[in-house]
Design a protein around this ligand. Structure first.
Ligand SMILES: NC(=O)C1=CN([C@@H]2O[C@H](COP(=O)(O)OP(=O)(O)OC[C@H]3O[C@@H](n4cnc5c(N)ncnc54)[C@H](O)[C@@H]3O)[C@@H](O)[C@H]2O)[C@@H](O)CC1
Ligand SMILES: [K+]
Length: 504
């Protein structure tokens, strides 16, 4: 699913009207029908409905929905905000249609509003502002939003909770944004809906197909998109019948230190489960037995040191290198790491402590080879970027800039993990769940991506497929085991099923 900016959404709307062709009023009617249907699926016509409509087309949608719900027997009260005495053409047309229908209690607010009582039974339809919002809400609108938020009423937002911007909310006023129970967004998710810090406003999110031009959607370039199974399936490489372990990729993982051998175990197992022909784990001597017993399929390469990674190793015979899980941040390890990164001759994944080491030696980042893959979680990214971000959108934009500057692939982990490409594009992952917020889950991702690189996937495909598989395995595991008890090993255990699902 492509994520359009508000300007592109406007263009899409216009294109559909011109090329379907359909009048803008009929398009609004189509959107309102879809909205009405979704509302009726959740609330019966015994629910009292209060509709708040703004002056633009979001308000127009709300007025059309009010008319349709009243036709279906709902008790509907409408408050239309027209403080500047200026309604969009379709909002005005829907105001007339609503008044002609003569079924609803209608109030037009031109100055002050004595707000209606909203109790726990009330359903508020929020159609104040949609994708046309151009600055944070203030004044009477902000007061209205606060009033709705403080009430016990359920709120369904049309297209987007009023007050929430389609893209960046870093400088928004959070108290002045509607907190919906359900958001019914039209056609496509908006960028702000993918950010963790905006989930509090959305409630449950449903996307309603209002049949906007597929031609425009397909032909329009956009910076961001959500990767779905259909985008991922074609990436899968097949295995030749004549495959042997030497032809299926030779991966190296540099991971683990004393007390963190588990990270090495997890990354190595995940790498093997991703289909790499041979996996070598480079780890401190003290981890020897643990690794031999836990991952007998791996080849071990012991560091000269007992407890830490201390010396760079040759990578010429390897097809991919993953480095970082459980590495620790000893100064000797830091020096070995930078030497390792500089001399790496194969595609690279950098994670966890390797990222933390880079954060405390940021000048070293200039020396990184191109096309490396970094997989930070938000805190690791903030350390890497040098300061904390005020919002998830700001962090995402910084990650995208860093990916461009370093010509690297950066996977910002989280719900909707975001892959920032060196050319500025951003892919969001559609799989994964909160059960995966557990120690070791990142080590598994590093193992998976390293395995895919070794199998011969290009960096961008290894990242896309890797995040998808990781999330899918977590989803399949959560289906059987629940989210609460899910641990990183479960993700590895469900990787085979994730592959099977993609191969179906
Ligand atoms: N995307 C699409 O293809 C479709 C969109 N439709 C609806 O149209 C909406 C977009 O409509 P509009 O572009 O008219 O925009 P909105 O209805 O979101 O708001 C635009 C109006 O709000 C004013 N405004 C913006 N920010 C403000 C602020 N902070 N304080 C006070 N006033 C402010 C603007 O001056 C303008 O009058 C969508 O969200 C959706 O609900 C649907 O009708 C059908 C199709
Ligand atoms: K809205």
């Amino acid at each position: 699913m492509k994520i359009f900016t508000s300007a592109q959404i406007h263009e899409l709307d216009k294109y559909t009207i011109e090329h379907e062709p359909i009048s803008s009023l009929n398009l609004m009617e189509r959107a309102a029908k879809a909205l009405k249907r979704a509302i009726e699926e959740e609330w019966s016509n015994r629910t009292p409905v209060v509709v708040f409509a703004g002056p633009g087309n979001n308000g127009g949608d709300a007025l059309a929905v009010a008319r349709m719900l009243s036709e279906d027997g709902y008790d509907v009260s409408v408050y239309l905000f027209n403080v500047q005495n200026k309604l969009s053409a379709d909002c005005l047309a829907n105001k007339k249609r609503l008044l002609d229908a003569k079924r609803v209690k209608f109030t037009e607010i031109t100055t002050n509003l004595d707000p209606p009582k909203l109790n726990a039974e009330t359903l508020v339809v929020d159609g104040l502002f949609g994708s046309g919002l151009n600055k944070p809400l203030a004044g009477g609108f902000a007061a209205m939003v606060k009033y709705i938020n403080q009430s016990p009423a359920k709120v369904v937002s049309i297209d987007i909770p009023s007050g929430l911007m389609t893209e960046d909310n870093s400088y928004n006023i959070h108290a002045n944004i509607i907190r919906a129970s359900l958001t019914l967004t039209l056609q496509q998710k908006k960028l702000s809906m993918l950010m963790a810090d905006n989930q509090q406003y959305l409630g449950r999110l449903r996307v309603l197909d209002i049949r906007l031009s597929q031609e425009f959607i397909q032909n329009t370039e956009c910076q961001c998109r959500i990767l779905e199974e259909n985008d991922i399936r074609p990436l899968l490489k097949s295995r030749s019948d004549f495959a042997h372990k030497g032809s299926m990729g030779n991966a190296l993982l540099i991971a683990g230190s004393y007390g963190m051998s588990g990270a090495s175990v997890l990354a190595t197992k995940a790498c093997l489960r991703t289909g790499a022909g041979k996996v070598t784990a480079h780890t401190p001597k003290r981890n020897y037995e643990i690794m031999q017993i836990s991952v007998p399929e791996a080849v071990l390469q012991m560091d000269a040191e007992e407890t830490i990674f201390s010396e760079p190793v040759d990578t010429e015979m390897f097809d991919a290198l993953g480095v970082g899980p459980g590495l620790g941040q000893n100064e000797t390890t830091a020096i070995a790491l930078i030497a390792q990164l500089r001399r790496a001759t194969c595609p690279l994944v950098i994670d966890a402590d390797a990222l933390n080491i880079l954060s405390s030696h940021r000048a070293w980042m200039q020396q990184l080879p191109k096309n490396i893959i970094m997989t930070p979680h938000p805190k690791e990214f903030d350390r890497l970027a040098g300061n904390a971000s005020s919002s998830c959108t700001e962090r995402l934009m910084k990650a995208s800039e860093l990916a461009e500057r370093l010509q690297a692939y950066i996977i910002l982990k989280g719900h909707y993990s975001a892959l920032c490409h060196p050319d500025g594009k951003i892919d969001f992952c559609s799989t994964g769940n909160s059960g995966m917020a557990t120690a070791g889950s990142g080590d598994v991702l590093t193992g998976i991506i390293t395995g895919l690189l070794a199998r011969g996937y290009k960096q961008e495909d290894a990242c896309r497929l890797g995040m998808h598989l990781h999330g899918l395995a977590g989803d399949l595991a959560a289906k059987d085991l629940g989210k609460e008890s899910l641990i990183a090993s479960d993700i590895i255990q469900y990787l085979p099923k994730a592959f099977l699902r993609l191969e179906e």
